[in-house]
Every structure is written in structure tokens, then in C-alpha cells.
Design a protein around this ligand. Structure first.
Ligand code: AMP
Length: 302
């Protein structure tokens, strides 16, 4: 069953203790769709500038990703620059240049309107809403990501779209900011009043936690000796999570838990190399092997 994503397709400049790249393909929708394509068919909606070449688009080729919703506009592609220190959870944004993203008005190709699963990556909540309005019928699952900027600057618009969202996938700092609660269980309770039925809190190297009516489930981050580039971990997590969930015939607690594991698996591959380098070359067999490692990692007897 198909999965629609709307979000950034970007060029990133990255600096980590393991190296530096001046310009590499990135963006939330890029990481998300590559990660999700190992599980399901993805419909991508976004915008790029005229500096986006055929070789950049090659990352989507040969995968189950339909880029007929990737608009090309005159100007430069969205650009983001970030730096990480020894703690991969702490990043400094050095530059955000919206470029063609500033006037982006998402338009869904006709064939995308029947998408049954939707992931609204971190963009202006008004645009997230406009995408949802173009979907015909009621989707099976709508998940959303956002960030501190939108929580602070457009709280009313964010509330409107949250009322149509089943799963909110954000980091711990954003969950606290949105709910005004430090404790994440209390934060979840607050967030459920706004619409979502499930909260997935991404915690970087500390893994992720899900709170929903089936209870609470925590998954660790895969223990890696070297995290080369944390960029895209959250979006790859979301891609693995939503990709797995979209491919499941039923949605129950067991499926949601496995989706958390596949999310963490995809996040762990994303950080092993710079940019999309690792996640674009991973195989389904490696994904399943790592999922089994998660099982071993967390199993114990009572
Ligand atoms: P994450 O999964 O949170 O590490 O997401 C990283 C990606 O988000 C990078 O490849 C950036 O291009 C993209 N990004 C950074 N800032 C923004 C923003 N304000 N809006 C949309 N995308 C962004």
C-alpha cells in the first residue's frame, strides 16, 4: 500500500568529528523515501531548483520511489549546513537557505491522491495541511514531524494539522516544548488531547520511545562504535517505521513495535556513513539481519 511523503529535498554541508563535506544530497523527504522504499512504494512530493542534476536524482532510480511529485522550480535547491561535536545528539545549524522552498506550494499528481499512508515531514504546517487536503478519502495513517521553529512561530496552524494526525514523530526537546511538560509520559498525555493517538519520541543515540493506547515501547539505538554523520537519522527512522507499517496488513501493537525496530534499524544505517552513502546501498538482507540483532539485544528472561 502506497506511502506519500512531503518534505525537503536538499543539499547539505556537513561537519562531524569524522570529516567534512561541502555539498551532499540530503533533505528529510530524501532520507525518508530511500529508507521507506526498502519496505513499500513511496510517492514523493517536494521541490528542487535548477541546480539539481540527473546524477542527484539517481538516488531515487531503481527504487520504489515515484518522483513525479518532485517539482523543479527556477532558482537554487534548499540548502542546509550543520556541525556536530563529539555528542551526536547535539548539532549546530550553521545555515538554512530556503531558496525554492520559500515559495513552494505542494501539488499532488492525480495518482498520489489515493495514497493511504502519509508522512508530513518537517515543513510549514500550512503546507502539511494543504497536502492532506489534496488526499481523497480518509488515509489509513497520517504521521507528522515538526520542529521548534513551527512550534514557536505557528502554534495555531500546527494545532490544526495535529487534529488530523494519528502519529506524531518528534524528538524529546520538541515533545517537551509542544506540551510544556518535561516528563515524556505527561507530554504524551497532553499531545493526545491535540489529536494524535500515538507519540513516537526520537532520542538520537538513546533510541526511541512510543506511547500509544497499546502501552509504551522503547527501542534502543543500535550500538555503533563510530557515528560518522548523524544527519538524516530521524528521517530514516521515520522511513523505516512508516515503510514497515504501510506494508503491514493489520495495525496492532505488535506491528507498531516492529515498526519501531525497523525505524531504529534504518536510523542506525543512516549514521554509518556521510549523507545517503550507506542507506542507499544497504540490502534488505542486511536490514533483516540487523533487526534480528535488535531482538538479541533486548531479549531477556524473567
Ligand atoms: P534529521 O533526520 O533531523 O537529521 O534531518 C536532516 C535533514 O533535514 C537534512 O538533510 C536537512 O537538509 C533537512 N533540514 C534541515 N533543516 C530543515 C528545515 N528547517 N526544514 C526542512 N528540512 C530541513
Amino acid at each position: 500500500m502506497s506511502l506519500l511523503v512531503v518534505g525537503s529535498v536538499a543539499f547539505d554541508a556537513l561537519e562531524t568529528p569524522f570529516g567534512k563535506v561541502e555539498r551532499t544530497l540530503g533533505g528529510a523527504a530524501t532520507y525518508f523515501s530511500v529508507a521507506a522504499s526498502y519496505f513499500t512504494h513511496v510517492n514523493l512530493v517536494g521541490v528542487v531548483g535548477d541546480d539539481f542534476t540527473k546524477s542527484d536524482a539517481a538516488v531515487f532510480k531503481g527504487r520504489r520511489i515515484d518522483i513525479s511529485g518532485l517539482e523543479r522550480a527556477p532558482g537554487k535547491t534548499f540548502f542546509w549546513a550543520g556541525r556536530y561535536g563529539a555528542d551526536p545528539n547535539e548539532r549546530v545549524t550553521l545555515a538554512t537557505e530556503l531558496n525554492v522552498f520559500a515559495s513552494f506550494q505542494p501539488k499532488l499528481p492525480e495518482a498520489f491522491r489515493a495514497s493511504r499512508h502519509v508522512f508530513l515531514a518537517n515543513i510549514d504546517p500550512t503546507l502539511q495541511h494543504s497536502v492532506l487536503r489534496q488526499i481523497s478519502g480518509k488515509p489509513r495513517m497520517v504521521a507528522l514531524d515538526t520542529m521548534n521553529y513551527w512550534i514557536e512561530k505557528t502554534p495555531a496552524e500546527l494545532r490544526t494539522i495535529l487534529a488530523h494526525t494519528q502519529i506524531l514523530m518528534i524528538n524529546d526537546m520538541e515533545a517537551r516544548m509542544l506540551s510544556n511538560e518535561h516528563n515524556l509520559l505527561r507530554a504524551a498525555r497532553h499531545i493526545f488531547k491535540l489529536g494524535p493517538k500515538a507519540l513516537v519520541v526520537k532520542r538520537g543515540e538513546h533510541g526511541a520511545m512510543m506511547v500509544h493506547d497499546g502501552g509504551i515501547f522503547s527501542v534502543p539505538a543500535f550500538p555503533l562504535e563510530e557515528v560518522h554523520d548523524p544527519t538524516g537519522a530521524g528521517d530514516s527512522f521515520a522511513g523505516g517505521f512508516m515503510g514497515y507499517l504501510s506494508s503491514a496488513p493489520r495495525l496492532d501493537d505488535g506491528v507498531m513495535r516492529r515498526a519501531m525496530v525497523y525505524g531504529s534499524v534504518m536510523g542506525s544505517f543512516a549514521v554509518e556513513k556521510f549523507g545517503l552513502e550507506r542507506i542507499r546501498r544497504v540490502t534488505r538482507r542486511e536490514i533483516d539481519t540487523r533487526a534480528k540483532h535488535f531482538y538479541k539485544l533486548t531479549q531477556f528472561k524473567l
